[in-house]
Design a protein around this ligand. Structure first.
Ligand code: PXL
Length: 280
């Protein structure tokens, strides 16, 4: 009998174009050989061209989903993505405080690339006060780290100071992702131990939708597979770098990263497109 894979729960929004959000997270989880389960915090109307609308989930539906899933599965890691509102963020905090699952990775999603807000002010307060202390690792980008810490960030030293502030607020591990700085520098800071930077060249790809979701979900998977925090971050960075560089143009806007780049057997890659379409 095949071995049972570790279960990774993603609590996130639904992006119907599958570049970000739960359907993208399920791809990342599958690509890591884990079993993905999901609870939806919000629906978005969205394509590769941007977010048109955001509708929060019913909070009791989310709570019931989380409770039923926790009663059925032994969860090895949790990924938290878009939360939308304070009410939803509070449901998630209350669930996690009671269920106490291991390896909670909090991607502090505040807004979409197109600028649409994906978390209201009340939600930011819940993230600061209730969710940061529950997470083994938080993964803000530079802009999010600046909002959460209240500090301006334009260089690595300021990334470190923001990480320290997030530790003071309860976060055990912090990765500030600086893909938007002059070099792609990510800074990992573990409370009371060490700070490490991961540098890589910037990738010149237009297909970057979902980069943050893929990174934070990949970390959750690596933790579910028993890697250390530092190894998990390094492996997740390598995964995302390849997923970006092998991204393809699909849709009319910013294409998704290629979550499934390890699978070389989609019909076109295998040269069976004609067979699939029934044409000679
Ligand atoms: O990339 C952030 C993000 C996360 N989750 C959902 C999103 C987005 C960005 O648009 O729609 C559901």
């Amino acid at each position: 009998m095949p071995q049972t894979p570790p279960v990774v729960l993603t609590i996130a929004g639904f992006d119907p174009s599958s570049g970000a959000g739960i359907t993208a997270d399920i791809k990342t989880i599958a690509a890591h050989g884990c079993y993905g389960i999901a609870a939806i915090t919000a629906s978005t109307v969205q394509t590769t061209a941007g977010v048109r609308r955001v509708v929060p989930a019913e909070s009791d539906l989310l709570t019931q989903t989380l409770q039923e899933l926790a009663g059925d599965f032994q969860v090895s890691a949790v990924h938290i993505g878009m939360l939308g509102t304070g009410k939803i963020a509070l449901c998630v905090a209350e669930f996690l405080e009671t269920a106490k699952p291991p390896n909670i990775v909090l991607d502090t999603v505040l807004s979409a690339t197109s600028g649409t807000s994906l978390l209201d002010e009340a939600g930011i307060r819940i993230v600061r006060e209730r969710l940061l202390p529950l997470a083994i690792l938080v993964t803000p980008n530079v802009a999010e780290a600046a909002v959460l810490s209240g500090l301006d960030i334009s260089e690595v030293e300021e990334m470190k100071q923001a990480a320290m502030r997030l530790h003071e607020m309860g976060a055990k591990g912090v990765v500030v992702t600086g893909g938007h700085l002059e070099k792609a520098i990510d800074l990992l800071s573990l409370k009371d131990s060490y700070v490490q930077t991961f540098r890589s060249d910037k990738l010149d790809s237009p297909n970057t939708h979902g980069t943050g979701c893929a990174f934070s979900t990949a970390i959750a998977c690596q933790l579910a597979l028993d890697r250390s925090l530092s190894a998990a971050v390094l492996l997740a960075k390598a995964y995302v770098t390849t997923a970006i560089s092998s991204g393809y143009a699909i849709g009319k806007g910013i294409g998704p990263v290629n979550h499934m780049y390890r699978m070389k057997n989609h019909p076109r890659a295998a040269g069976v497109a004609k067979w699939a379409s029934g044409k000679d």
